[in-house]
Design a protein around this ligand. Structure first.
Ligand SMILES: Nc1nc2c(c(=O)[nH]1)N[C@H]1C(S)=C(S)[C@@H](COP(=O)(O)OP(=O)(O)OC[C@H]3O[C@@H](n4cnc5c(=O)[nH]c(N)nc54)[C@H](O)[C@@H]3O)O[C@H]1N2
Ligand SMILES: Nc1nc2c(c(=O)[nH]1)N[C@H]1C(S)=C(S)[C@@H](COP(=O)(O)OP(=O)(O)OC[C@H]3O[C@@H](n4cnc5c(=O)[nH]c(N)nc54)[C@H](O)[C@@H]3O)O[C@H]1N2
Ligand code: SF4
Ligand SMILES: [Mo]
Length: 747
């Protein structure tokens, strides 16, 4: 059969690379980077190149599974929905909607179905027990940003292509390809900073690949970034280096910073961070001296004890050095669709509130409609009204990715019902009573609704499916599950539910000042969209009514130039909407209409940080790491990606190894308050003394997972060690970096 070429955007990480896939007969022959992609220009990583292997992985689910006589067996879609109805409906009939919990995994942020239609299912469930990977990830950054800028996803993104000085903390984009910063070919972009005479500085307890490329690397004690950053702010203010310039008109709380951060002199924080005070001073002075500078911090700084403070202080530095919303600094993208901070009246809003409700047992605060996943086990275990008796997981693997896996697994085993929507029988879904599969990424349309809102350039790129799916589209599964939860039974009208979802988006648009749909009848808006259904109809609506939109048809429309899904379909290599441009004060949604530099919630957390400055180094601590050929827990089943020597090792420094009696290639026993594991030892001087690193997402030997390749090279689950009682107090985000552990030779 003749080969054809399919141009796609890779949906596997945040970098949104263009792929050129040659295929025949539904099989992928070769995958290369798309050299004509307006954003990635041919860049690709080994994961993107393996998308064909993922597509044809024999372990990837293509039919639903239901548990019969203790065994997960294949079932028809009708049987699976009926099974679900039989089990869920009586439970909900008892009257407690909170008895059902849901955990949403990371890939939902990468699919249109997960971003557009999943919410309707959650609403239909009507539970407050909503958890996600957000609270083992970026929640602290979302909270600090919402407190400072007012709206949901309003994160200041490094303008990497125009900066002269970049300070990176707790991120290893050369392995992760970047996060909360959509930027294909990160290495190339960092090298370009150096080529134009600029400087890259990395702060990390490991000399990561990114640190190796950098001009300067500092080891830091895990969990102490907020102290370092507070020290930098302290120097900037004390030495009169703060120069927000014209930005000052948009800042609130500037005067409160100096008194609040006075205790955090470089001398006061130095010992605790493990960075000399004169180095901290120099870092501050260089940030101030650079024409265009930016601080960027990622997961090493959010999944730790002071995640929200660290996230806030990053933006404080960017603001007071005059680099917020300014070329080469930290800027606000303006995506073609879905940008929350471009909706509604500009410049002012209702602001953000954390803790509108809290978790039942430990009273951890709600944020953005979700509860911290560190509280999940106790919510299943603890008797009383509101106890979780049934769990949903959607595109997640919480028993490998969230803290204290041992306890959480036992809690999951006690559930009365477990339901999953997932591509695999993984280490979590193996416990499900019913699993609904998801289509292959090559059998669904794709548009990065979330990640273009976090992108270093404004880009729009849509991918149609390469092949038709043998599997029900996920949005239809979500709506059918939602309809059953709403009491409509397994034969509910999914198309009617989809119309309702689209109608609601249209209705909001008609009430939005300045929207091309303003004042229209929502039904007329939908009629103008034609035949599309599902998430593509909603995407078309968002594009048309968005900042670059074509409007709604010949009469009310903004003409041929504007964006709509038709135009994106005719532009397979994407549309470049240009570099980031200043957006203050228009993007603000705070009540004051200013950037809140000193939100009271954050100032109130500073005494906790001050106590940490006085604390001695705590014994050994555990951190994580990522490898270029990994994707959290779920791509270890692709032979091409797991080739080579085992990667799930515990890295330890030569002097710690000698002190603890560990040898390279030997085995260590590592234990924490939560649990203990045995893991192969890798002695390396790339990690600082007092710290060990084990990657997450391994431990595929649970017995029930159906991952033939991953099972051969199982590794161990590092989240057996992470402790659900350790959270960043402000956000409730789990502490995954800086977990106290004891390390000894095994056996
Ligand atoms: N110790 C430690 N733990 C960590 C981290 C760490 O750094 N250290 N990192 C944390 C972070 S940042 C994250 S994001 C989480 C990730 O944690 P999770 O989101 O819980 O887990 P993933 O490993 O991403 O698993 C995703 C699952 O989704 C399935 N899947 C893939 N595509 C689709 C799809 O299109 N539809 C559906 N329905 N399913 C799909 C995959 O088969 C897989 O089973 O892990 C966190 N855990
Ligand atoms: N190849 C690959 N790419 C991925 C993923 C993957 O699993 N594999 N996962 C994706 C996901 S879901 C996410 S969220 C992103 C994350 O993307 P990144 O944030 O870039 O994550 P990592 O590559 O884990 O880099 C985190 C770094 O923080 C360091 N670190 C640990 N603790 C501390 C600390 O206390 N302070 C400081 N300063 N540094 C610390 C670690 O040593 C590590 O080098 O990656 C995404 N991309
Ligand atoms: S960097 Fe990310 S988006 Fe690009 S090819 Fe790799 S996995 Fe795909
Ligand atoms: Mo993540």
């Amino acid at each position: 059969m003749k080969a054809s070429t399919h141009i796609a955007t890779c949906p596997l990480c945040e970098a949104t690379c263009g792929l050129e896939i040659s295929h025949a007969d539904g099989r992928v022959l070769k995958t290369r980077g798309d050299r004509n992609d307006v954003f990635s220009q041919g860049f690709i990583c080994p994961k993107g190149a393996s998308i064909g292997e993922l597509h044809t992985d024999p372990d990837r689910l293509t039919t639903p599974l239901v548990r019969r006589d203790g065994e997960l067996v294949e079932a028809s879609w009708e049987e699976a929905f009926a099974f679900f109805d039989d089990r869920l409906t009586p439970l909900l009939a008892e009257g407690d909607r909170d008895a059902v919990g849901i955990y949403l995994g990371n890939p939902n942020a990468h699919t249109l179905d997960g971003l557009v239609h999943l919410r309707a299912m959650i609403k239909a469930l009507g539970t407050r027990n909503v958890f996600s990977a957000t609270s083992v990830d970026q929640l602290p950054k979302q909270i600090s940003s919402a407190l400072m800028f007012g709206a949901g996803l309003s994160i200041a993104i490094p303008d990497i292509d125009h900066t002269d000085h970049m300070l990176i903390l707790g991120a290893n984009p050369l392995a992760s390809n970047g996060s909360l910063m959509t930027a294909p070919n990160y290495r190339g972009r960092l090298r370009a900073i150096q080529d134009r005479g600029g400087k890259v500085v990395v702060v990390d307890p490991r000399r990561s690949r990114t640190a190796e490329l950098a001009d300067e690397h500092h080891f830091i004690r895990p969990g102490r970034d907020a102290l370092l950053l507070a020290g930098i702010v302290n120097v900037l203010l004390a030495e009169d280096l703060a120069a927000p310039g014209e930005l000052v008109a948009h800042l609130d709380g500037f005067e409160e910073l100096a008194p609040a951060l006075a205790p955090f002199t470089p001398e006061a924080v130095s010992a605790s961070c493990g960075i000399a005070d004169d180095e901290i001073r120099r870092m501050a002075r260089e940030l101030a001296a650079a024409e265009r500078a930016v601080v960027y911090a990622r997961i090493g700084t959010t999944t730790q004890e002071f995640g929200t403070l660290a996230s806030w202080l990053v933006d404080v530095i960017n603001a007071i050095t005059g680099n917020l919303d300014s070329e080469g600094g930290a800027m606000f993208p303006l995506a073609a669709a879905g940008q929350t901070n471009a909706n509604g009246a500009p410049g002012r809003g209702r602001g953000f509130k954390i803790g509108r409700w809290s978790s039942r047992v430990r009273e951890l605060a709600e944020a953005f409609g979700e509860l911290p996943v560190a509280a999940l086990a106790e919510e299943i275990e603890t008797e009383g009204p509101g106890r979780i008796r049934a769990m949903f997981t959607v595109a997640g693997n919480p028993l490998l990715s969230t803290p204290n896996s041992g306890r959480l697994r036992a809690a999951f085993e006690s559930l009365e019902l477990m339901v999953s929507v997932d591509a695999y029988v993984n280490e979590t879904t193996e416990l499900a009573d019913v699993i609904f599969p998801a289509p292959s990424p090559l059998a669904r349309p794709h548009y990065d609704l979330a990640f273009y809102q976090l992108s270093v350039r404004n880009i729009a790129n849509f991918t149609p499916p390469m092949v038709s799916s043998e599997v029900e589209p996920e949005w239809r599964t979500f709506l059918r599950l939602g309809a059953i939860a709403a009491g409509q039974g397994p034969d509910a009208d999914v198309d009617g539910f989809d119309d309702l979802v689209a109608f609601e988006v249209a209705r909001r648009e008609t009430a939005t000042p300045g929207s091309p749909a303003e004042g229209m009848d929502p039904a007329a808006v939908l009629a103008a969209l034609g035949e599309r259904r599902g998430p593509e109809r909603v995407l078309d609506l968002m594009l048309r009514c968005g900042p670059y939109g074509a409007g709604l048809g010949p009469d009310g429309g903004r003409g041929e130039e504007g964006l709509c899904l038709d135009l994106l379909e005719r532009s397979p290599h994407g549309i470049d909407l240009g570099p980031l441009r200043p957006r203050l004060p228009e993007m603000l949604r705070t009540a004051s209409g200013k950037v809140e530099l000193a939100p009271p919630e954050l100032l109130a957390d500073l005494p906790r940080l001050e106590r940490a400055a006085a604390r001695d180094a705590d014994g050994m601590v555990l951190i994580g790491r990522r490898h270029l050929r990994s994707n959290n827990s779920w791509m270890h089943n692709l032979p091409h990606l797991v080739r080579g020597k085992p990667r799930c090792t515990m890295q330890v420094s030569p002097s710690d190894a000698a002190r603890l009696g560990l040898s390279d290639g030997g085995e260590a026993s590592v234990s924490s308050r939560a649990g203990s594991i045995r893991v192969p030892v890798e002695v390396t001087d790339s990690i600082m003394d007092g710290v060990v690193s084990i990657p997450h997402g391994w431990g595929h030997d649970t017995g029930g997972a159906r991952l033939g390749v991953a099972g051969l090279n199982a590794g161990v689950n590092s989240n057996v060690l992470s402790d659900e009682t350790l959270v960043d107090e402000l956000s409730g985000n789990a502490v995954l970096n800086g977990v106290p552990v004891e390390v000894a030779p095994a056996g």
